[in-house]
Design a protein around this ligand. Sequence first.
Ligand code: GLU
Length: 285
Amino acid sequence: MAATIVTRFAPSPTGRLHLGHAHAALLAWQAAREAGGRFLLRIEDIDPVRCRPEFTAGILEDLAWLGLDWDGAPRVQSAHLPDYRAVLDRLRGRGLVYPCFCTRADIAREVAASGHAPHGPDGVLYPGTCRRLSEAERRVRIAGGEAYALRLDMAAALAGLDGPLFFEEADRGRLRCDPARFGDVVLARKDTPASYHLCVTHDDALQGVMLVTRAEDLLPATDLHRLLQALMGWPVPRYRHHGLLLGADGKRLSKRDNAPTLAALREAGRPPGEVRALAASQVRP
Ligand code: GLU
């Protein structure tokens, strides 16, 4: 029988988990367990520079200590690179993705020369330099061994849609998407085979995830994820973006601000039940 609900926790092993992560994991775990559904764990370790195996081990250890169990083996993204490559190939075959040879310096120069620097949620918008290259020129540069990223041709992607896109956000209802503000977003970096946006959307579809719980700093990215779902014909989960962790002063806490890690709380002798309660309470609603 199909599960009534499938949820997931999808951390990137770039450091130890903190209370904000515990909050996202608990929301997903509770939603699944209360409804007799499935709770999946996915390790989003696509970035070989920032991700480390010892942090993956730390994630498993911290979740088990908190008392959270997951269904099946965790999906480890770095073991599935051909899946993401296949999506990029399909988009490329439809003319929706193009190779970009620009360095950061090239982009900065081009943006400075244009006299204006519009920004999207991921930073300055790409000025479109490599979108204008001919196919022949692209072939020559690739054959010459030049490194390239792959970018979504946003205008072409939007042109193929039937109408505006929407998704369901818990407590807020149906939200209308504006993916155009990402511009020609990178879907595969020169040093990373696929972007977070591509992998997370692919995997949520592949794994039949029905509810995505994550911090509200990823709410803008959902517009782009919704576009990828539309382009690939993937199902659209419901979303619940929760508030960010607050410090004693009421301001947002992040890894940078030394948000307490679960490992540190454990070492300080705090019992798991207390840490779960802390994770549930210290988040802006
Ligand atoms: N891997 C992402 C992170 O750790 C979260 C992805 C998601 O929940 O959609 O920031």
